[in-house]
Design a protein around this ligand. Structure first.
Ligand SMILES: [Ca+2]
Length: 266
């Protein structure tokens, strides 16, 4: 099961609940009865998972009809993971852009569609080697991080109140709450077009903080994924033998041929 689940997760076909169970698929999605489990090790959680099947949204007045047999919809589908993480696939340069989406036309405010914060936050990439400054939330800047080894990339903000809030699980943050939403955009529900990270910069629960996650935002593209499938498979290939290793190689070739070729499997 592991390899299949990993593959599904890596193709964006599976999404799992985060520790607070608030993952939601923004595009049309149907819950799976297959009981697919967390195959990426991205975030700890309840273990419950949903598999997004190709489905068609048929507008019928206010009613949305989901059909499992229908063709994939021709749109960018967005999946949000509260407390999710971003991962390098190790295959391509990673480009980070500080974004400032503008309010919708007509001045109508939609939920989490633009950045608004009284703070100017510093944006960083954290790693075992230290921290790398990307820019200020108020800037419009695009930075290439180059190619980075497959594995999790922890992005963080430093606020004027001297808080450090990180992507990933709540346990990383001083208030033990999630401070970033990972939005994954898939074209045709399959091909990754980009990942965005939206931060909440106020400390504490609702009331103390507005918890609207629109204070600082970055867009990431290139060799990235919203799950650690490539890194997990590379680890399996490095540590396992026999059939398990062969299955991992086959899965990596199918999942990410470039990552497989980089590791010497063509
Ligand atoms: Ca906020």
């Amino acid at each position: 099961m592991f390899l299949l689940e990993t593959l599904l997760a890596a193709q964006g076909l599976a999404t799992k609940q985060n520790s607070s169970g608030r993952t939601r698929a923004v595009g049309p999605a149907a819950p799976s009865g297959a009981g697919a489990a967390n195959g990426s090790g991205a975030t700890s959680g309840s273990g419950a998972a949903q598999v997004q099947r190709p489905s068609q949204e048929q507008s019928n007045g206010s009613k949305t009809v989901l059909s499992e047999k229908a063709a994939p919809v021709l749109m960018d589908k967005c999946t949000e993971q509260v407390g999710g993480s971003v991962y390098s696939t190790g295959t391509d340069d990673i480009i980070v852009k500080i974004i400032h989406p503008v309010p919708a036309a007509g001045g109508i405010r939609r939920e989490r569609t633009y950045v608004e914060s009284g703070f100017r936050n510093g944006i960083y990439l954290l790693s075992a080697k230290g921290e790398r400054f990307i820019g200020l939330s108020s800037e419009t800047r695009e930075v290439s991080l180059g190619k980075l080894p497959a594995g999790e990339l922890i992005f963080a903000i430093k606020t004027p109140e001297r808080n450090l809030f990180q992507t990933g699980p709540a346990s990383r943050n001083p208030d033990h709450l999630e401070h970033a939403i990972i939005k994954t955009y898939l074209t045709l529900g399959i091909e990754l077009s980009r990942i965005e990270v939206w931060f909440e910069d106020l400390y504490g629960p609702k009331r103390a903080s507005d918890r609207d996650f629109n204070d600082t935002a970055i867009q990431i593209r290139g060799g990235v994924a919203n799950n650690g499938a490539v890194a997990d498979l590379l680890k399996t290939i490095a540590t396992e033998k026999g059939e398990t290793r062969q299955q991992a190689i086959a899965a990596l070739k199918e999942l990410n041929p470039k990552a497989a070729a980089n590791a010497g499997f063509k």
